[in-house]
Ligand binder design. Structure first.
Ligand code: UDP
Length: 331
């Protein structure tokens, strides 16, 4: 299969590209490197079945050419990270909505099956735990720019499902819950790489709010396994939404302790008010747990790595990066 991965130089994207190449697919990546990094795809640079285009999704000529060669598109390119969303809401909305619009237009022209990345953020202020794909959705007010991310991804879902219904385009929606693993940057807020770096540098671990908010963390290798399986079964998954995530719930306060323990660090844990961490009036999601029964029924998927394994993997990766930094500075 020839797969076009938008956002393929990002964290999840580059792990997906590796998996697709390893199983024999041909892969094109379209990425403007705004949050992704060339380092993530450097290992595939010379691969005979790999091609890379640095460009925006708004470049219709490039997108059109790449889509014309592809059997499938995995659309991961998006504005991500709570910090970026709060600081640059216009860019967030435009990137997400116009990007998905452009991808779907190209997919329709060349009849590519399409997988669109969405987010657990769309469950917003929902209180029925665990979150199911057919839940009613309740977001916060539009006066809080934080919700623009969820709203824009929700519009992406509607656009994708409309293309399925009106034009019979095989579109599948993947709602990612917190995905972590080696290669994720902490630059845009992501908590685990941030805590691990802080712990390894013996700096204070910054817990936002009271730390009682919870998340479920899924290893990127498990996420990628779900994506490739969904991609392989368009007859089953077209027109459907799937949660992808782990059900192992942990509070951020507990997480800070675990990171400290597993990295052998003596970092103190500092509690920082949300208003200082993000913006005044910032509303966090208090609990976020997926129901993944639908995904399990469709493709027999279950995560294989627990939180301890995830943390050990990220700690090993960040340790290596810090050692490389030191070597570069000294050498
Ligand atoms: N968080 C934190 N300290 C940090 C970064 C994040 O306490 O340095 C919290 C954040 O407020 C949220 C959780 O960790 O409750 C997960 O944050 P992340 O940005 O990784 O993803 P989110 O689940 O918010 O999309």
């Amino acid at each position: 299969m020839h797969v076009l991965v938008t956002g393929g130089a990002g964290f999840i994207g580059s792990h997906l590209v590796r998996a697709l190449l390893e199983r024999g697919d041909t892969v094109s990546v379209l990425d403007n490197l705004s949050t992704g990094s060339f380092e993530n795809i450097r290992p595939f640079e010379k691969h005979p079945r790999f091609a890379f285009a640095i460009d925006d999704l708004s470049n219709a000529l490039v997108l059109d050419r790449l889509a014309s060669q592809a059997d499938a598109i995995v659309h991961l390119a998006a504005a991500v990270g709570v910090q970026l969303v709060v600081e640059r809401p216009t860019e967030t909305i435009e990137t997400n909505v116009l990007g998905t619009h452009a991808v779907l237009r190209a997919a329709r022209r060349y009849r590519c099956r399409t997988l669109i990345a969405s987010t657990s953020e769309v469950y917003g202020k929902g209180v029925h735990i665990p979150f199911r794909e057919d839940d009613d959705l309740l977001l916060g007010p539009s006066s809080h720019s934080r919700w623009c991310y969820a709203a824009s991804k929700l519009l992406d879902e509607f656009l994708g499902l409309a293309a399925y219904r009106e034009y019979d385009l095989p579109v599948t929606i993947a709602r990612f819950f917190n995905t972590v693993g080696p290669g994720q940057t902490g630059r845009y807020g992501m908590v685990i790489p941030r805590f691990v770096r802080q712990a390894l540098l013996e700096e204070p671990i910054t817990v936002y709010g009271d730390g009682n908010q919870t998340r479920c963390f899924c290893h990127v290798a498990d996420t990628v396994r779900a994506l490739t399986a969904l991609l392989d079964r368009p007859e089953l998954t077209a027109g459907e939404i799937y949660n992808i995530g782990s059900s192992q719930e942990v509070s951020i306060r507990e997480l800070a302790g675990l990171v400290r323990e597993r990295s052998g660090s003596n970092s103190p844990i500092h509690f920082i008010p949300y208003s200082q961490a993000y913006a005044p009036g910032f509303e966090d999601m208090r609990r976020r747990v997926p129901d993944t029964a639908k995904l399990q029924r469709a493709i027999g998927w279950q995560p294989t790595r627990d939180l301890h394994q995830i943390l050990d993997d990220v700690i090993a990766y960040e340790r290596q990066r810090l050692a490389d930094d030191v070597r570069r500075r000294e050498g």
